[in-house]
Design a protein around this ligand. Structure first.
Ligand SMILES: Cc1ncc(CN)c(N)n1
Length: 231
């Protein structure tokens, strides 16, 4: 069994939970509360900004220039396709510059991005790939599943179109093939660590939907902290 197949099998219950999460289901049905999607777009823009940096770090850690160039191309795609799509959503949802300026990453968005940096800084290129792959692959599978839904909200339809597209499929397939190539060359101990990164990222993907659906916030908001200081 290919390494990617072993990983996919190991996280199946976690991915199933994502497929059935109310955020994903209601997005497909077009019934998702726009407040949740608005919140998601802001948090996901933060996530994707760091995701692109981790892709670029991966490029710097790669053994050959061709892979470095390809990872840089992937980072550019995150910026030019996914982040631009979010920019469009932000305009359509009336998200203001003030809202963007006062943005605070939610605990889950902060923890997930921190996990990816940790995998990158404490490991090798294979660690980066294993940590970022669920981000590609899970969204691709969700795009495939939702592709046949016709939500009567244009924003949700656009989101599904992006992740159900051939363009996204190609990016996912490239990274899966790259991971399998690397898996052939590293030690059993490395593979175990990579498996764990993949598993943790899969858990965070689930938590990310949950974060947006529940409009997660820090237990003590900034104003409360300052109020305590003044007291
Ligand atoms: C949290 C998350 N995971 C994955 C993707 C798809 N690149 C995304 N936009 N956001």
């Amino acid at each position: 069994m290919l390494f990617s197949e072993q990983l996919r099998k190991a996280v199946d219950p976690i991915w199933e939970a994502s497929f059935h999460h109310p955020f994903v289901k209601e997005l497909g049905e077009g019934t998702l509360d726009l407040r949740c999607f608005r919140y998601y777009v802001l948090q996901d823009s933060y996530y994707l900004t760091h995701f692109a940096k981790v892709q670029a770090l991966g490029g710097a850690m790669a053994d050959d220039l061709q892979t470095t160039a390809s990872m840089a191309h992937h980072a550019q795609n995150t910026y030019e396709a996914e982040l631009r799509l979010h920019e469009t959503f932000m305009k359509e949802l009336g998200i203001t510059e003030e809202e963007k300026a006062s943005f605070v990453p939610a605990p889950t968005a902060y923890a997930y991005t921190s996990h990816m940096y940790r995998a990158a800084f404490a490991g090798h290129f294979g660690d980066v790939l294993a940590a970022i792959l669920p981000c590609y692959w899970l969204y691709y599978e969700i795009g495939e599943r939702l592709k046949h839904c016709k939500p009567n909200h244009p924003i949700y339809a656009k989101w599904i179109e992006a992740y159900g597209s051939d363009w996204f499929k190609q990016l996912v397939e490239q990274q899966i093939a790259r991971l399998n190539d690397i898996a052939e060359t590293v030690s059993a101990k490395d593979l175990e660590r990579m498996k764990q990164h993949f598993w943790i990222s899969s858990q965070y993907e689930y938590l990310f939907w949950d974060m947006a659906y529940k409009l997660e916030h820090w237990p003590i908001e900034e104003e409360d902290v300052y109020a305590k200081e003044r007291a």
